[in-house]
Design a protein around this ligand. Sequence first.
Ligand code: SF4
Ligand code: SF4
Length: 410
Amino acid sequence: MKADEAYQCGKCGLCLSACPVYRVMREETTTPRAKVHLIRSFAENRLPATDRMQAKLQCCLMCGTCTAMCPGGVSHDTLFMRMRSQMAIDRGQSKEVKALGAILPKENRLRMAAKAARIGTSSLAQRIIGKMRIGNIPMENFPTPNRTPFRDQVPEVIEPEGKVVGTVAYFTGCATHHIFEQTGHAVVKVLRRMGYRILLPADQGCCGLPLFFHGEIRRARENILTNIRSLSAHDCDAVLTDCATCGSALGHMYPRLMAELDLPAGDADALAATVMDAGEFVATHMDLLTPHLSPAATRETVTYHLPCHLKNHGSGKTLLESLLTHLPHADYHRTPDWDACCGGGGFFFNEYPDIAKRMVDGKIANALASGARTWATGCPGCRVQLAGNLPRKGVIEVCHPLEVVARGLR
Ligand code: SF4
Ligand code: SF4
């Protein structure tokens, strides 16, 4: 297995305190540094792929924090992904990832899965399975999927309300398309009011990140190529995502994956240069938004959770905070751990529930202590983890930042 990147580690240890897993576990074997050196030993045939090694390598949220701050330029995410791929070949894949590999690449299967999940959240089903848990999250705390997928509810081209100031393509990801339709409607409402024409390419699919982060790089190939083709086909100012993880895939991982798939990187690079988080895009165009906002008699109290993928692959750590701070209908309260990992991490909350719980409990306590009634975050995975672990369902509303913005439009 190719592991060139591992040789760039100078063992400085700077990644230790940044790693959310190490911050909970406090064991050297859980650090990014240790993972890098395990992979190096494996690549040099000095260590076999054992259960123990697999467990050490998989205890990771793939948050990208170690890569973002490593002075040696180690690309942990590429190394971890490649190693997971090798492990899947040598030792087989988990049944959960196999199921994902069957569902995510096909839109018709995703639709069926969303329908089944919708039945699972009906009141009758909840009486039967409501107290069951996935990780630490009771089934009754999972969101109800959309009755109709979001992109079926809106046209492929949406004109702005006033003068056209530009055109954006909107990549909705699976979460908005199948679960959080309210986020999609809020994104559209805000962008239209700002003067943007919105394109929603019909043939976009899952970004593939849940697959390639679990080592299923080749299974994600068709999704990656389809998304690059479909999002590059339009002349627009930016490609916007409302999901930090999709943004990380399109804007950061796709160019790296081209090498893994033996493909030229040109189109992926060009797409990545145009990708931006929808909330950050709005925050950088406040002049177009501000005239449409009105103060409220009772201001909404809001706090914010910064998703790791936005922190590490976004345009600026405090952009979303500055947006929330400037809303005349909201009072923003920062919590001390606003930028700390929540422990969601794809399936991490299910695979390592005890560690994930220790990550999220402090954040929930701080969010509740802030007095906020709304907890904004731009990642559906974080949203499920934060809302799912609340002491009482709905004690604080967890939603996308642009839903907060949309509520303040005149
Ligand atoms: S920060 Fe980078 S160079 Fe330093 S120990 Fe971690 S992986 Fe190695
Ligand atoms: S990706 Fe995140 S959780 Fe995984 S080793 Fe790096 S910092 Fe730790």
